[in-house]
Design a protein around this ligand. Structure first.
Ligand code: ADP
Length: 448
């Protein structure tokens, strides 16, 4: 390899030397020819030989400059020229093209790698040894409120001043991630972890854990609420058991205590039943849309249950449009019955005696259907309406408990209707009454 390169160099050298010798000889010969006529053949031969070599050198220098000129913008094609200079230009161009190809290939690989990181749901920020930003993924830009272009080369702690983050970065103990509020003041939480790599370089990984935090809080609240709801009747029951064990009671007193104990036990039973219903609804797959339930049959059962609950205290009406007689809805019968039954039961419980309750089914001409329960009861102030479907949310806790409520009814309703692709609408005015409407989507309603 080396010897072939040496050989080539020698042959170029030889060709340049022989080109100059030939030019000098040709120049000398022409000078000699003219010199003989003019009487100074030797001098003219030498002069012409020198002039020919000089001309060749000037030509060479010009070609060299041409190549230098081209090398300033090597993207352009190399100048076409014969001989050694042409060969040099061609070879240099080949080397430049190869290097450009290599750079382009490396750049493509880097882009691919970075777009792989961009595809991750987690954010990444790369820092140099002095904690200046060298790269920001779009997710991290979103998490930290940074600009992936403008904020490059800035010191990260100048831009992200969240105290938890700054302390964590400066403390240097990165074994565990740290949880902090969204640094740009958004409503949410980030989990951050720093990793060291290379020589003094750092990588910050960010993960949006807002949802996880929210469900953790919900779970904690839920457990606390369930414990509270169960503890109250249990405490009352315990009290009665102690009373019965320690005090001599008359038959009348005993009967009353047993009746009160039964009420508490029933309260716990209802709560457990509602909890089980919720758990079962949440844990089961979306209801199939090929099991059809007659609306007529549902309305009949709701009427029986509603009248039983009200025991004549409210004027109640149950009506369907003409198509409703033949309408069917798709889904899980027990779930629909539970959702609709909860609305009827609420209307009875939150409507003072004498207040009217209307339960209706309406088959929509354009498809789908609506089940609504309208009461003329106590109504609800607007600020409570968005929270009614939260578990255990009650406007008036004592009224809910006195009437056997668990605070879970509307959560069950919302879950059921969402699982069936419909929605729950609430319209209410305090002191005037409420209307709760369940919409059933077109795909789940048919009229036979
Ligand atoms: P609860 O078992 O307490 O009735 P729900 O989830 O069914 O629980 O309802 C949540 C709250 O919404 C109730 O505590 C009550 O304050 C309010 N609410 C529900 N239905 C009605 C209604 N028809 N009229 C007035 N308030 C209602």
């Amino acid at each position: 390899m080396l010897s072939s390169r040496v050989e080539k160099t020698n042959s170029w050298l030889l060709s340049r030397v022989s080109a100059r010798v030939l030019t000098a000889a040709a120049g000398g010969a022409v000078g000699w020819w003219f010199g003989q006529r003019m009487g100074h053949p030797t001098m003219l031969a030498l002069l012409c030989a020198a002039a020919a070599v000089l001309a060749l050198s000037v030509l060479d220098t010009l070609k060299g400059y041409q190549i230098l000129d081209w090398l300033r913008t090597p993207e352009a094609n190399a100048p076409e020229m014969p001989g050694l200079w042409g060969e040099i230009a061609h070879r240099v161009q080949r080397v430049i093209r190869q290097r450009d190809q290599l750079i382009a290939e490396e750049r493509r690989r880097l882009d691919q790698f970075l777009s792989g990181i961009q595809a991750s749901p987690n954010g990444v920020i790369l820092l140099d040894e002095t904690e200046h930003i060298t790269w920001i993924s779009t997710v991290a830009a979103d998490h930290f409120g940074l600009d992936p272009v403008r904020d490059l080369h800035q010191r990260v702690t100048n831009l992200v001043r969240q105290p938890t983050f700054v302390q964590y970065l400066q403390a240097g103990d990165y074994r565990e991630p740290v949880k902090c509020l969204m640094p740009w003041g958004g409503q949410g939480y980030l989990s951050l972890q720093v990793r060291r790599y290379g020589e003094g370089l750092k990588l910050i990984l960010s993960q949006d854990i807002t949802e996880r935090e929210r469900s953790d809080t919900m779970r904690r609240d839920f457990v606390a609420n369930v414990s509270h709801e169960i503890r109250t009747p249990l405490t009352v029951l315990n009290g009665f058991i102690e009373t019965m064990g320690s005090l001599p009671l008359t038959d009348v007193e005993r009967a009353r205590v047993i009746m009160l104990m039964a009420q508490q036990a029933e309260r716990m039973q209802t709560l457990v039943a509602d909890l089980l219903t919720l758990a079962q609804i949440e844990g089961s797959p979306r209801p199939s849309s090929d099991r059809w339930i007659k609306v007529d049959g549902l309305m009949q059962r709701l009427e029986n249950d509603g009248l039983g609950l009200s025991r004549g205290r409210h004027p109640m009406s149950f009506s369907m449009d003409d198509q409703g007689q033949h309408a069917e809805i798709a889904g899980v019968e027990s779930e629909w019955l539970s959702a609709m039954g909860n609305l009827v039961s609420n209307a009875v419980r939150y409507t003072p005696d004498g207040g009217a309750i209307q339960v209706r089914w309406l088959t929509q001409p354009e498809g789908g259907g609506e089940f609504s329960v309208q009461d003329s009861g106590i109504g609800i102030d607007p600020e409570h309406i968005p929270r009614l479907t939260e578990r255990f949310y009650r406007v008036d806790g004592s009224r809910s408990r006195e009437t056997g409520g668990t605070g879970l009814g509307l959560s069950i309703v919302k879950h059921v209707v969402q699982r069936h692709g419909g929605e729950l609408r609430i319209a209410s005015e305090a002191g005037k009454g409420s209307t709760f409407t369940l919409t059933v989507p077109t795909a789940r309603v048919r009229v036979s």
